[in-house]
Design a protein around this ligand. Structure first.
Ligand SMILES: Cc1ncc(C[n+]2csc(CCOP(=O)(O)OP(=O)(O)O)c2C)c(N)n1
Ligand code: SF4
Length: 316
């Protein structure tokens, strides 16, 4: 799998060589227990100082840049919701032009676009699709906390079935979110880009290695990161990493990567835990009945079987 052009000499991140520098400083204003800022910090550790970030409006933009302060230690642009990937494309095109003029003494900067699930699955989807299709050499990171959080926990198309949000409230006539989570990594993969992955800060080495691969491979890359949000999920802040791990251990959020169309499940779960164990950690699911939970279990099992079959067929 690592014999992809550019990955021949790939040196894995292990507990022994995790970079020690941080490029998002302490003192940012994320909520207690926010796993989204943890994930973003991990992305930036691997990207390093030679990086330009285009950040959509959303929690991460707000908590890192209260004027006149900033938590960012790299060049960073706050971008409108709908055009984050378009701005990243422009930066990358500029870098290409400067490269042609031989203006870089060392490696040109990495370009990373960052957006929440609202920015990515809904409002910025068109510009993301365009940037992936045009083949820009950049990494798009979707930090998926499964709702529009900073504006007050409104549902997005990435909110999971059954979750209660302020615009998909539970009640006598409503289960909460009535649609199934949009499969954004599959949509990104449908653009036939060289690298797509799912990641989760509960599995930090897996996450960091995926970021490193995405930045090493030439061309567009997309990483979809599960981002536990105690404020919006009504979960205990100190449980965020435990919940993140449970999402993978129950197959609610499987970890995989797709390199040039070949899908590999990167964290194999031999005996998945029941989804009930995951759902009970968050009060946004507290109203679900046994029937609802059985339905979610069936859909989760079916999706996992689909991924396993994709893995088998793509290894042939
Ligand atoms: C075009 C547009 N519509 C709505 C808004 C208001 N708005 C700002 S941030 C935000 C929610 C962001 O949600 P998401 O992308 O999921 O990021 P999160 O805050 O959850 O990290 C909304 C609706 C906006 N800035 N621009
Ligand atoms: S609302 Fe959620 S994602 Fe936003 S800063 Fe707070 S915990 Fe993090």
């Amino acid at each position: 799998m690592l014999n992809h052009p550019g990955l021949e000499n790939f040196e894995k991140i292990t507990t022994k060589n995790i970079p020690t520098e941080n490029y998002i400083s302490q003192g940012h204003r994320a909520c207690q227990g926010c796993a989204e800022i943890l994930a973003l910090g991990m992305v930036m550790k691997i990207a390093g100082p030679n990086t330009i970030v285009a950040n959509a409006t959303g929690c991460m933009e707000i908590v890192t840049s209260p004027f006149p302060q900033t938590a960012w230690k790299v060049p960073w642009i706050h971008v409108a919701f709908e055009n984050t990937a378009a701005v990243a494309s422009g930066i990358e095109a500029g870098i290409k032009a400067l490269k042609r003029k031989e203006r870089f003494k060392n490696d040109p900067p990495h370009v990373i676009a960052v957006g929440g699930d609202g920015a990515t699955a809904d409002i910025g989807l068109q510009s993301l699709s365009g940037a992936l299709e045009r083949g820009h050499n950049f990494l798009y990171v979707c930090l998926d906390n499964e709702a529009y959080m900073n504006t007050g926990i409104q549902r997005s198309s990435s909110t999971p079935y059954g979750a209660s949000t302020t615009t998909s409230p539970t009640g006598s006539q409503s289960i909460g979110q009535q649609t199934w989570k949009k499969d954004l990594p599959a949509i990104a993969a449908a653009h036939n880009i060289p690298y797509v992955a799912t990641a989760n800060p509960g599995f930090h080495l897996d996450l960091m290695n995926k970021v490193k691969k995405a930045l090493t491979i030439e061309g567009p890359a997309y990483i979809h990161i599960y981002s536990a949000c105690p404020t919006g999920w009504r979960s205990k802040p100190e449980k965020s990493i435990e919940i993140s791990k449970l999402a993978v251990q129950t197959n609610v959020f499987p970890l995989y990567e797709i390199i040039n169309g070949r899908l590999t499940i990167t964290k194999k779960i031999n005996k998945p835990k029941p989804v009930r164990e995951y759902l009970k950690t968050q009060r946004r699911f507290g109203h679900l009945s046994d029937n609802d939970i059985n339905f979610i279990q069936q859909r989760t099992d079916a999706r996992m079987a689909e991924l396993q079959s994709l893995e088998s067929s793509s290894q042939e």
